[in-house]
Design a protein around this ligand. Structure first.
Ligand SMILES: O=P(O)(O)OC[C@H]1O[C@](O)(CO)[C@@H](O)[C@@H]1O
Length: 555
């Protein structure tokens, strides 16, 4: 089924009304909270186990109603339904977008081109789970009969960021005695550091690449394969190469023919489908290292969490639909209040890679300048996502969020229960931590007036420097604890709010042509880098000078 032409959002009535509202907009969170003592509750929403408090955003009923009208006029919910039902909404690659099918419960049906895709998803999942159980129990061992203790995932982008982030986030769920390591960068340091103290006899390598053509991943996989064979020899193990590789190397890909070309038996590979984008793939076979480390039951809970948020997004009325509301607020900030960036500040050290994960999810999805019919956009798209865990960020960049000249909407994420219930004397350490979480959004929203600063007896010459303007927007997301299910819900929340923004902007959030040119040029430049004089001469003066610098300084 072909997809309708995108709507130019600037041509809608809602866009025009939002522009005129923004022209005269004077947010006053202090006033709004004092006028409406229930603002906290009335602007908070449940989505699965997440409690999402939107009350400290720069939004009122009138703006919200225009944002919802904008969603209607740009057909966002119809587009959502197209995604869920497998229409080819990835127009520039002519593909369906069905990461949501990866977490559908067994027994549900989803027909794509006449085939129900859900049974295949569960078939592959059972193969992965069966394999994971055998690794965890020691039923499958390395070539010398020793149990696997280290899983090395080699992948990049979506084949790395998701597994790393989830492994870090769910560390308490990792099986004792098992460790995952990750190699992504083609900088030789990455592989070098990871393998430096590895025992080849207890190492399982998972080569993860959707396309199985990615230069970084295939280069790293070859390097690790050579290291592995050499290290086994150094251990005086007698083995057949083919057997050792087949016991220690598995692959995850949609391109099983290429897996075979690389030298990994497709029987040792787990697959997924072209309707899963790389940055949406952590819940596919790309999570194999996680299924092993966390165990099938926890991985199943993780998937169930995604599904909870999928159902919320698919079924909840617009005015309570959290991904829709958060996505629309981001449009409000980006297109009407001129925000360029968006901070994500987890008050959970375990989520320290979450902002990096979201950077690929949001920026590879929505960093586009043409709509899905090729027409140029005339408005900003794709916010720049960034962040670090609190409280570390507080002692680094929060200064700019509180008192700088830029508007930076920020998402704060926290969990009620800690993993480590430490006490510092009488004080509960988690409560000290969460007091910071509560304090920051309060300070951002309500600031500190000049009168308040003066009333503290501050010397007049530094009064201005100590004023906090307030009205700095934040969203607070809380959940009982960081469990596999809650993490799945959180990821799906951001997947869907990214979708909402892309749908309003009329862009294809599921292609990534912008990463191609650099890849091609890197390949073309290799001869010049290797010293081919003619190739070097053809370069522009800057590139030539940089390569010459490299060649004259390389030791
Ligand atoms: O899984 P692959 O095919 O190796 O691709 C890795 C990453 O490269 C990209 O295509 C961008 O270069 C991402 O979208 C993707 O997640």
């Amino acid at each position: 089924m072909s997809i309708p032409q995108p709507v130019d959002p600037t041509a809608t009535d809602a866009w025009k009304k939002l522009e005129s509202l923004a022209d005269t907009f004077q947010p006053n969170l202090r006033q709004w909270f004092s006028d409406d003592p229930d603002r906290g509750a009335s602007w908070s929403f449940d989505a699965g186990d997440l409690m999402v408090d939107l009350s400290k955003n720069l939004v009122n009923e009138q703006i919200l109603s225009e944002l919802l009208a904008l969603a209607e006029e740009t057909d966002v919910l119809a587009h959502r339904d197209r995604m869920f039902s497998g229409d080819r909404i990835n127009v520039t690659e002519d593909r369906a977008v069905l990461h949501t099918a990866l977490r559908r419960p067994e027994g549900e049906r989803l027909l794509v081109d006449g085939t129900d895709v859900v049974p295949a998803v569960h078939e592959e999942l059972s193969r992965i789970f069966d394999f994971a159980r055998k690794i965890r129990s020691g039923a499958i061992t390395g070539v010398t009969g020793r149990r696997f203790t280290t899983i090395v995932n080699i992948g990049i982008g979506g084949s790395d960021l998701g597994p790393v982030m989830v492994y870090e986030a769910l560390h308490p769920y990792v099986l004792e005695g098992l460790e995952c390591r990750f190699i992504s960068n083609i900088d030789p340091t990455d592989a070098g550091e990871v393998i430096s103290d590895l025992d080849p006899e207890t190492t399982l390598v998972v080569v993860t690449s959707k396309t199985f053509t990615t230069l970084e991943t295939l280069t790293n996989a070859r390097i690790v394969r050579s290291w592995f064979l050499e290290a086994l020899r150094e251990n005086s193990v007698s083995f057949s190469e083919a057997e050792a590789i087949s016991q220690h190397f598995i692959a995850v890909s949609t391109a099983l023919d290429k897996v075979a070309e690389f030298g990994i038996d497709p029987a040792n590979a787990f697959g997924f489908w072209d309707w899963v984008g790389g940055r949406y793939s952590v819940d596919s076979a790309v999570g194999t290292s996680l299924a092993i480390a966390l165990g099938p039951e926890n991985f199943a809970q993780f998937l169930a969490g995604f599904n909870t948020m999928d159902r919320h997004f698919a079924q909840t009325p617009a005015e309570k639909n959290v991904p829709l509301l958060m996505g629309l607020l981001n449009v409000w900030y980006t297109n009407f209040l001129d925000a360029d960036t968006h901070a994500v500040l987890p008050y959970a050290q375990y989520l320290h890679r979450f902002p990096a994960y979201l950077q690929q999810l949001t920026m590879e999805s929505n960093g586009k300048s043409v709509r899905w019919d090729g027409s140029p956009v005339t408005y900003d798209t794709g916010e720049i996502f960034w962040g670090e865990p609190g409280t570390n960020g507080q002692h680094a960049f929060y200064q700019l969020i509180h008192q700088g000249t830029r508007l930076i909407p920020a998402d704060f994420i926290a969990f009620a229960s800690p993993q480590f219930p430490f006490k510092d004397g009488e004080a509960d350490m988690h409560e000290l931590f969460l007091s910071n979480f509560f304090a920051q959004t309060k300070a951002l929203a309500f600031g500190k007036t000049i009168e308040e600063v003066r009333a503290e007896g501050t010397a007049e010459e530094i009064v201005a420097a100590r004023v906090f303007p307030g009205n700095r927007p934040s969203t607070s997301i809380m959940a009982p604890a960081l469990t596999p299910s809650v993490l799945g819900q959180l990821i799906a929340l951001y997947e869907h709010l990214t979708f909402v923004q892309g749908a309003v902007w009329g862009i294809d959030s599921f292609d990534q042509w912008g990463v191609e040119l650099g890849k091609v040029l890197a390949r073309e430049l290799m001869p010049a880098v290797e010293g081919d004089y003619k190739a070097l001469e053809q370069q522009d003066s800057s590139t030539r000078q940089l390569i010459e610098y490299y060649r004259s300084h390389r030791q």
